[in-house]
Design a binder for this molecule. Structure first.
Ligand code: NDP
Ligand code: HSE
Length: 448
């Protein structure tokens, strides 16, 4: 940068208020400080955090806060007349919503990593932002450092998107990988994910699929041009996955991944998060640890896959800072000519319904404990046949030395979930079947 440019960028630096100095807030300060010149060259102006808020000002931080005015009152940061852009990194959808709405009301642009806030209140927030002509940028809310929002909203704007499927929770994928590869205990790995700053404040959001459902809701809206409808998402977590199922799946050539899947059909849009068997040869089946990946099928481009760190301080800060640069670049752009928040123009959103899980079609992995005697398998296959369910593969495992029950594992072809529900309840009613039938949904994720 030439000296004159450098002086100009300091004088004209955009002043930013940061709400939250935890994992992502700390990472954002570090990235902005370390790459200050590179970022100013990209944005056309310097960007400086002048004010920041946290709960406890005596807590040790991962970043150096020298030169930043600190407070425990985040609303004071929003209200400070010097501050032009607010970065919300507190989380949750209570206080965070009040802060974001207050910033918008004052005509300030907002950058946030808060997927819960956007998935639950995004329609209201974007309407307010539209009204005030300000931007609310949320790249960091989905898949950590992967620029997936920009890819779908801008890079794939020429496509009719058919479906997308992603590993979009780093904590969950980290837990599944460590359990599979190192035989570690669920609780032990979750504790490590929390220490590494990957997990949500309430980690049940990670393991029960709520966090992934927040992210999937956002992805589906920008892919298909729908209003955000988090309450219509189907969510199933990973806490019930057993080592047995992981091993049987591998024996059959599959991996179990916690996927968010959204597909456009003639009847509506599928919006579902659940453990899923996927063929082990798919690239996405080999995405391990805290890494995330999103597979997007566009009618023109075909399948595209986006991969990168799904959580953590600097990967997430990478997305926060990219949004900040975007906001600074468009500060002077006419609001009508900006990229729309949900990719499609606000008056062109679709009213396509979100399908209930009963109406979703998918294939299944089933595992059940059965008496080891003739006729049992025939009873089970008859029930499936009567429900119009065709079987792709069956394995029967001999009883363990301490048991008289055999494990039956089946893979089925695609069927409506409500037909499978009926078949499972008929199978569970058989005297020869013991306990619940384990059901894991299965997707081929092929290019058709
Ligand atoms: P942290 O818990 O690490 O940080 C939250 C910050 O908010 C802390 O600095 C905390 O202060 C501050 N805070 C909380 N309540 C108040 C309050 N009432 N007044 C002032 N400050 C407050 O969370 P993360 O950084 O992990 O997450 C932040 C957001 O980013 C969340 O929305 C999360 O979902 C999202 N996100 C997180 C990712 C990650 O990898 N961690 C990745 C992508 C998105 P104090 O430190 O003093 O307690
Ligand atoms: N808790 C989230 C995860 C953070 O583990 O994916 C990133 O959004």
């Amino acid at each position: 940068m030439r000296i004159n440019d450098e002086r100009k960028s300091i004088v004209d630096a955009v002043k930013v208020g940061l709400l939250g100095l935890g994992t992502v807030g700390g990472g954002t300060v570090n990235v902005l400080k370390r790459n200050v010149e590179e970022i100013a060259r990209r944005a056309g102006r310097g960007i400086v955090i002048t004010h920041a808020a946290a709960r406890d000002l005596n807590k040790p931080r991962i970043c150096d806060t020298d030169g930043i005015t600190l407070t425990t009152d985040p609303m004071a940061v929003v209200n400070d007349s010097e501050v032009e852009i607010i970065i919300e990194l507190i989380g949750g959808d209570g206080l965070a919503k009040d802060l974001v709405m207050a910033a918008i009301a004052q005509g300030k642009h907002v950058v946030t990593a808060n997927k819960a806030l956007i998935a639950k209140h995004g329609n209201e927030i974007f309407a307010a932002a539209q009204d005030k002509g300000v931007m609310v940028a949320f790249e960091a809310a989905v898949a950590g450092g992967i620029p997936i929002i920009k890819a779908i909203r801008e890079g794939l704007a020429g496509n009719k998107i058919q479906w997308l499927a992603g590993i979009i929770n780093g904590t969950g994928n980290f837990i599944l990988t460590e359990m599979r590869d190192k035989g570690r205990d669920f609780d032990d790995v979750l504790k490590e994910a929390q220490e590494l700053g990957y997990a949500e404040a309430d980690p049940t959001f990670d393991v029960e699929g709520i966090d992934a459902a927040h992210k999937l809701t956002i992805l589906a809206s920008i892919a298909f041009g729908l209003p955000l409808q988090f309450e219509a998402a189907f969510t199933e977590g990973i806490s019930k996955i057993t080592r047995e199922d992981v091993n049987f799946a591998e024996e059959l050539g599959y991996r179990i991944k916690h996927l968010g899947i959204s597909r456009r059909t003639d009847r509506g849009v599928e919006l579902r998060v659940h453990p899923t068997l996927i063929p082990e040869r798919r690239l996405i089946a080999n995405v391990d640890g805290v890494m995330n990946a999103v597979l997007v099928m566009g009618d023109a481009v075909g399948p595209t896959l986006y991969y990168g760190a799904g959580a953590g301080d600097e990967p997430t800060a990478s997305a926060v800072v990219a949004d900040l640069v975007d906001v600074v670049r468009v500060l002077t752009t006419d609001p009508e000519n900006r990229v729309p928040h949900l990719a499609f123009q606000p008056d062109a959103l679709s009213d396509l319904p979100i399908l209930s899980m009963d109406e979703v079609e998918t294939a299944y992995y089933l595992r059940m404990q059965a008496d080891d005697r003739p006729g049992v398998l025939a009873d089970v296959t008859r029930i499936l046949g009567d429900s119009g369910i065709s079987i792709e593969a069956i394995i029967q495992k001999e009883p363990q030395p301490d048991s008289d029950k055999a494990s039956i594992i089946m893979l089925t072809h695609t069927v409506l979930e409500k037909q499978m529900n009926q078949a499972i309840s008929n199978i569970e009613a058989l005297d020869s079947i013991h306990g619940e039938v384990t059901r894991i949904r299965m997707e081929s994720l092929d290019a058709s």
